[in-house]
Design a protein around this ligand. Sequence first.
Ligand code: COA
Length: 153
Amino acid sequence: MSAQFDTLPKLRPMRVADLDRVMQIEPAIYSHPWTHGNFEDSIKAGYSCWVIDCAGVIAGYGVLMAGVREAHLLNLSVAAEWQGRGLGRYLLDQFIAIARDSDAVQMFLEVRPSNLAARHLYLQSGFREITVRRGYYPAGRGREDAILMGLVL
Ligand SMILES: CC(C)(COP(=O)(O)OP(=O)(O)OC[C@H]1O[C@@H](n2cnc3c(N)ncnc32)[C@H](O)[C@@H]1OP(=O)(O)O)[C@@H](O)C(=O)NCCC(=O)NCCS
């Protein structure tokens, strides 16, 4: 990954002051984006919220709810113009490490069946598809299923 960046990307905690930039990225990459309030609530709730900082520019971010036994990845995002350079994998690896440090023994996430890029990333990182949650996501017309994926930590 380092060969593709002048300055190495670094992970730092997400702050409320970052949310203007996060809210530029979010609606551009999701059909049903999180709101400013969703991120603010996550920060205030003490979830593990991080951004990837590339030379002062936020290129990606994510939110993990880490419990004692289980961790749940709620959001994993890379800005459209930064995708395809290894940042999604870097971010996911960091969240897996954070989940392990929190003493979770399993990590879960939901993904849309149509999101082939994310599903591929998760499978490559060792996640397995556990079940389908019917009508979990809002969609253009009606609802879309979610695939629940899990990783033994
Ligand atoms: C999914 C996402 C986080 C991946 O981030 P990224 O920085 O583009 O991914 P990386 O460059 O780290 O690639 C990692 C792996 O993802 C998968 N991947 C990424 N883009 C892909 C594509 N267009 N098609 C298929 N697989 C793809 C591949 O498995 C890739 O590994 P490989 O290059 O060794 O084949 C990013 O595309 C994104 O933010 N998408 C919009 C938001 C989203 O869908 N988030 C996930 C919600 S569950």
